[in-house]
Design a protein around this ligand. Structure first.
Ligand SMILES: C[S@@+](CC[C@H](N)C(=O)[O-])C[C@H]1O[C@@H](n2cnc3c(N)ncnc32)[C@H](O)[C@@H]1O
Length: 353
């Protein structure tokens, strides 16, 4: 069965994971991004220089935000086929590569996702008994980790994606005792549209976002809104994809191939979220080596191909297989140059003033 499918793909120039053709394609893309990063090495200009201002406008662009989130509303079974089984996290796992050492630990994707949550818990000083906002909660991975780790923690998740929220309601709430309604609540909405008063002022001990800032244009307005719902002394941690230097071509996704997948999105330079010290006090930030994301994407890519006969032809067209195959290759090629030191993830910790 799989062999017949592979023949169809080959006839349509769709090369599967691990083939020489696909590896050559990824190498070419890596060379392209390596040149791009070299061209902008040490460019510390602010995004304003290139017409993007993280202190103005809407939290996320109204005209593109629905299309951007529709990426998460693609078929549920597709994400189930490649994401980790424990948390269904759709962001990097932490395999241990640091800026100093690009060595990756030989651990499972599931363990790497748990390691990311552990790191966030440590850096944000999350403790039992706190109330946490999981902002842009995806399939609820962080919420699941926190509820299972801390018996007295309370979590509220916010997410506009129907498919992801359905997973939380139909799978997590049904199958996991931790998700009882005295400890967990899910709100299906854009944070932008939520009236902060529904939480009462000074509600949360911690606000954590993983993979949200890429969707946010006005970080200042976001921080303002978060400051209203944080308790005095409360903390906020944002985790997002960043470039070490300012890459003008990456500031607006519409200028790159990524616009097809995430219109209205931004790759901020590492320094940008540090400038947001107005509504919340900026405390500390960490760069996470991009090889962690490369390895995560490579494992997603491998799992996607491992289950391809369950996806094609029943649920996916040839065009969709081609699109997703290229998506994995493209993203991998961005994170790999210079051993993950040019493009990776940033974590930013703030405290309520
Ligand atoms: C890259 S995914 C990450 C999901 C999850 N945090 C994880 O690590 O798996 C980004 C998430 O942010 C959500 N999101 C995007 N824009 C948002 C907004 N304006 N308000 C709240 N959530 C948003 C998306 O629906 C999606 O669940």
């Amino acid at each position: 069965m799989k062999n017949n499918i592979f023949k169809i793909f080959l006839n349509n120039e769709i090369y599967r994971y691990g083939t020489t053709e696909l590896l050559n394609f990824e190498t070419q893309m890596e060379r392209y991004f390596t040149r791009e990063y070299k061209q902008w090495l040490n460019n510390k200009e602010s995004p304003e220089t290139y017409g993007l201002n993280s202190f103005s406008g809407e939290i996320s662009k109204i005209e593109t935000r629905d299309i951007s989130v529709s990426h998460y509303d693609e078929e549920y079974f597709l994400y189930k086929s490649f994401l980790d089984k424990d948390y269904m996290a759709y962001t990097m796992g932490y395999f241990g590569a640091t800026k100093e050492s690009s060595k990756l630990n030989d651990i499972s994707l599931e363990q790497a996702q748990a390691n990311k949550y552990k790191l966030i818990v440590e850096r944000a000083n999350i403790e039992d008994g706190q109330t946490i906002l999981d902002l842009g909660c995806g399939y609820g991975g962080l919420s699941k980790y926190l509820l299972a780790t801390f018996p007295n923690i309370k979590v509220i998740g916010i997410n506009p994606s129907v498919v992801q929220v359905n997973h939380i309601r139909n799978v997590l709430l049904q199958e996991n005792n931790e998700f009882d309604n005295s400890r967990f609540r899910i709100i299906q909405a854009f944070f932008d549209d939520i009236d902060a008063s529904i939480f009462e002022d000074d509600y949360f001990d911690r606000v954590i976002s993983i993979g949200l800032l890429e969707h946010v244009t006005n970080i200042d307005l976001l921080q303002n809104k978060i400051s209203r719902i944080l308790k005095q002394g409360g903390k906020c941690l944002h985790h997002c994809i960043v470039a070490c230097d300012t890459l003008p071509g990456f500031l607006n996704s519409e200028d790159t191939l990524m616009g097809e997948y995430y219109p209205g999105a931004h790759i901020w330079p590492y320094n940008e979220p540090q400038r947001h010290d107005v509504h919340l006090h900026f405390l500390e930030s960490w760069f996470i080596n991009g090889l962690n994301y490369w390895k995560t994407l490579d494992e997603w890519h491998r799992r996607f191909w491992e289950t391809i006969d369950q996806l094609y032809p029943e649920y996916m067209t040839l065009e969709e297989v081609d699109k997703w195959n290229k998506y994995f290759s493209l993203c991998k090629a961005m994170f790999r140059p210079n051993n993950g030191t040019s493009y990776g993830n940033g974590q930013y910790l703030y405290e309520k003033r």
